[in-house]
Design a protein around this ligand. Structure first.
Ligand code: 2AM
Length: 172
């Protein structure tokens, strides 16, 4: 059976931040893991999973009602989800605006009849899978001015693995 495309809302780093992350990853990550492709680096807001075409249309319409301000993220922390074997980076301080945006998108998901993820939201960018924990310090914080969010999908069997399908600007 073919693997279904999976959809998710995310923050997608600009090329300069992507390059900065990629430049540091070899120093951060222990050998042996599977590093993310540079173009796949992102911070998931809401995981939607497989969607039918009508569900996709409904999600697109519901998101038109989301009005959220721009904000800045300061990436300054490395971590590891041991069960998933995922090494990640994240902001230690999670801005209220990020949480408000994430909640608004969960609400859009809910009004479309989709079931939100029951686990608590832990914003992060996955750097590598099948990885041990990062051993190095983060180094100087990386600032990320967040001006938009995106709807992306996984493309099974492809590298890079994810495609951005739609973008929405945040209020200046
Ligand atoms: P991860 O990087 O921590 O695995 C696409 O799969 C994106 O959605 C990934 O960033 C992934 O987070 C996230 N995601 C959240 N919940 C997921 C789930 N139940 N299954 C797969 N991916 C999920």
């Amino acid at each position: 059976m073919p693997v279904a495309e999976r959809w998710f809302f995310a923050l997608w780093p600009e090329p300069a931040l992507r390059r900065a992350l990629l430049g540091r990853m070899p120093g951060w990550l222990p050998p042996g893991g599977r590093s993310a492709h540079g173009e796949d680096l992102h911070l998931t807001l809401v995981f939607l999973g497989a969607l039918t075409s009508p569900q996709l249309d409904a999600v697109g319409a519901a998101v038109q009602r989301v009005a959220a301000p721009s904000f800045e993220l300061v990436l300054d922390q490395l971590g590891h989800f041991a069960r998933a074997g995922a090494a990640w980076c994240a902001p230690q301080q999670v801005p209220e605006s990020l949480l408000a945006l994430q909640l608004a998108l969960v609400e859009a998901q809910r009004v479309c009849g989709l079931t939100p993820e029951p686990r608590p939201y832990r914003p992060h960018l996955t750097l590598a899978r099948r990885s041990a924990a990062p051993r190095a310090p983060f180094g100087a914080p990386l600032r990320w001015p967040v001006r938009e969010f995106v709807l992306a999908r996984s493309v099974p069997g492809c590298v890079p693995r994810y495609r951005v399908e739609q973008r929405w600007s945040l209020r200046p």
